[in-house]
Design a protein around this ligand. Structure first.
Ligand code: NAP
Length: 295
């Protein structure tokens, strides 16, 4: 993404200061875009507002009244739609709502319909790159919506990401993100299965990871999560229950297309078992629990 060099002319508000949102909000504040925050758990927005000298809004609609760009980064489809309903009465022409959450294409289309009826515009801008990408502002952003709207907020997106791809109309960002999530499922399966195989073979796991990460099988997940998973550490990162939610979206899309996603189905079942055993808030690398040798 090339730097635009233009001074911040848009004022933004951020809703959803979770593992991803807090970092994104920090980068927007550092670049002078962010003025206002709201979070369901008010302590988080109070702390960040105090630290960064921002306004802590009393409600999502109070935030929407103050800013040009309303950024969302919340957990699931219903959260996005509830927030859109909450801010809708205060929206005005010229405002832009952008949603960094991972949700279905249908949710993006429904959000856009509601928001455009108020004269404002909507872009689905799901991200990939993990918490590390959020922390270092190196996220890849796959955007769906009007090109002119995307152009207006490009400087703001450059504050949180290093790659911005316009995928097409509203919902196409989420479609691209769904493809990404299927790929993440496969990579998780491959890395956890392979490393557990290595452990069964009695290999030194640190040496193994160092060796294979330099070759054709090297990948981001192996680099970032290989050592921790083999030590039994599963701090998120990307919460397993969130990826499980995403795989449900992918399965539903596949059903509509009448195609099969066997790797996604298997991973969804594995995650369901791990969630039932109380591991839903761990990192997705907790899949290793199902593969490693018994203690
Ligand atoms: P997280 O740490 O669990 O944070 C979720 C955020 O959403 C919190 O601020 C939470 O508020 C808020 N929230 C949840 N339900 C809400 C509701 N009904 N109304 C208002 N706010 C609500 O999740 P995350 O990892 O930041 O992920 C956020 C989104 O980004 C998800 O859609 C996820 O799939 C996607 N994503 C995550 C990653 C990753 O690696 N973590 C990468 C790419 C995309 P509270 O503080 O009150 O709980």
């Amino acid at each position: 993404m090339k730097a635009s060099g233009s001074p911040p002319s848009l004022q933004a508000g951020f809703i959803g200061l979770g593992a991803m949102g807090e970092w994104m909000a920090r980068h927007l504040a550092n670049r002078g875009f962010l003025t206002t925050v709201w979070n369901r758990t008010a302590q988080k927005s109070a702390d960040l507002a105090r630290e960064l000298n921002l306004i802590q809004s009393a409600s999502p609609s109070a935030l929407a009244e103050r800013v040009d760009v309303i950024c969302l980064c919340v957990s699931a489809d219903s959260d996005v739609l509830d927030l859109v309903q909450a801010i809708r009465p205060t929206l005005r022409p010229g405002q832009i709502v952008i949603d960094f959450s991972t949700v279905s294409r249908e949710t993006a289309l429904a959000a856009a319909r509601l928001i455009r009826a108020s004269g404002a515009d909507f872009l689905d801008t799901p991200v990939t790159g993990g918490v590390e990408g959020a922390r270092h502002a190196t996220l890849a952003i796959m955007a769906g919506g009007e090109a002119a709207t995307l152009e207006r907020i490009q400087p703001l997106l450059e504050a949180v990401g290093s790659r911005l791809i316009h995928m097409g109309g509203v919902g196409m960002g989420q479609s691209a993100k769904a493809v990404n999530q299927v790929l993440c499922a496969g990579i998780n399966q491959a890395v956890t299965e392979a490393l557990a195989f290595g452990e069964h073979l009695g290999l030194d796991m640190d040496k193994l990871i160092e060796g294979i990460s330099g070759g054709a099988a090297g990948n981001w997940f192996l680099d970032k999560r290989g050592a921790t998973m083999t030590q039994g550490l599963f701090k998120p990162g990307f919460k397993l229950r969130l990826h499980h939610k995403d795989l449900g979206i992918c399965q539903s899309m596949a059903r509509q297309l009448n195609i099969e996603l066997p790797l996604t189905d298997t991973t969804e079942q594995h995650y369901r078992a791990l969630m039932a055993a109380g591991h839903g808030d761990e990192d997705i690398s907790s899949l290793y629990r199902l593969k490693r040798p018994a203690a």
